[in-house]
Design a protein around this ligand. Structure first.
Ligand code: NAD
Length: 257
């Protein structure tokens, strides 16, 4: 029970396949109290049913494109709990047409949208969380290897993830004096609502399963377990880090078989 006595906010649950959901389950199993946030009304009912499984209250709505929405969500959180110990940022979005073809063809609006929702939102949610982390805390986001390599079709999202990973380092530096740690998990490809928008996901899953050192695809539970560790005091000396949960794919030179 490495998260016993801790309270955390988890942003980005859309359904049972969401990485945020695996993290919520793992945090709950490790003793944490969790509050789930969804993007809009559309997700509230479905995620409301999931909340019961992790002892969470009804989900809150937080649209990260709106400062007003972020502000009112944190106000509602403050009404429920005097302090929080961790937040999980599992949010990303890019226009579908920007997740196929060539990166060079990305529109200004497509670039801006991906950066705003997938990268800037981490800074905005962290700034809002800081006053509630009076006893220190842990902030966790989710990245992908497309941040550091040009992965076909990942395109504008890879650029947003590079920005996200840099944000992790700057936020770690800023919030470290308040004993708030900021880290990212870089997960291997897992089928979810968002990842299904990336053209060729199945091929990526198959190729990684064949070529990574563990010779299997990454699971949601792999991500949930690693997240629980980074959110807990077991990781008290780790901040500004991007930790790969990809069955070792990023270290190998193997192409397949
Ligand atoms: P998902 O679709 O389940 O989660 C993405 C979430 O982002 C959804 O809950 C969606 O509602 C939310 N979101 C989008 N726009 C938002 C907005 N304006 N305001 C608030 N929330 C908004 O997919 P997922 O794969 O679980 O993605 C979670 C995170 O994990 C993302 O950052 C993704 O890039 C990252 N990731 C996923 C994989 C993968 O293969 N699935 C691999 C590495 C990293």
């Amino acid at each position: 029970m490495i998260l016993k006595g801790k309270t955390g906010i988890i942003f980005g649950v859309a359904n049972r396949m969401s990485l945020a959901w695996y993290i919520a389950k793992s945090a709950y199993e490790q003793g944490a109290e969790v509050i789930l946030c969804v993007a809009n009304e559309r997700f509230r009912e479905k995620v409301g049913r999931l909340c019961k499984e992790v002892g969470a209250p009804e989900p809150l709505i937080c649209d990260v494109t709106s400062d007003e929405s972020i502000h009112s969500t944190y106000k509602m959180i403050a009404d429920r709990t005097p302090k929080i110990d961790f937040i999980v940022h599992a949010i990303a979005f890019a226009q579908r047409e920007d997740l196929q073809g060539r990166f060079v063809d990305t529109s200004r609006l497509g670039y801006h949208t991906a950066q705003d929702i997938s990268a800037y939102s981490l800074a905005a949610l962290s700034a809002a969380a800081e006053p509630m982390m009076s006893e220190g805390g842990s902030i966790l986001t989710l990245s992908y290897i497309g941040a550091v390599r040009a992965v076909p079709s990942y395109n504008v999202m890879g650029v947003a993830k590079a920005s996200l990973e840099a944000s992790v380092r700057y936020l770690a530096e800023d919030l470290g004096p308040s004993n708030i740690r900021v880290n990212a998990l870089s997960a291997g490809p897992i089928k979810t609502l968002s990842s299904s928008a990336v053209q060729g996901l199945k091929e990526k899953l198959d190729a990684q399963a064949l070529s990574n050192p563990l010779r299997r695809t990454v699971t949601g539970a792999d991500v949930g377990n690693a997240a629980a560790f980074l959110l807990s005091d077991m990781a008290s000396g780790i901040t500004g880090e991007v930790m790969y949960v990809d069955c070792g794919y990023h270290v190998t030179g193997r192409v397949s078989g």
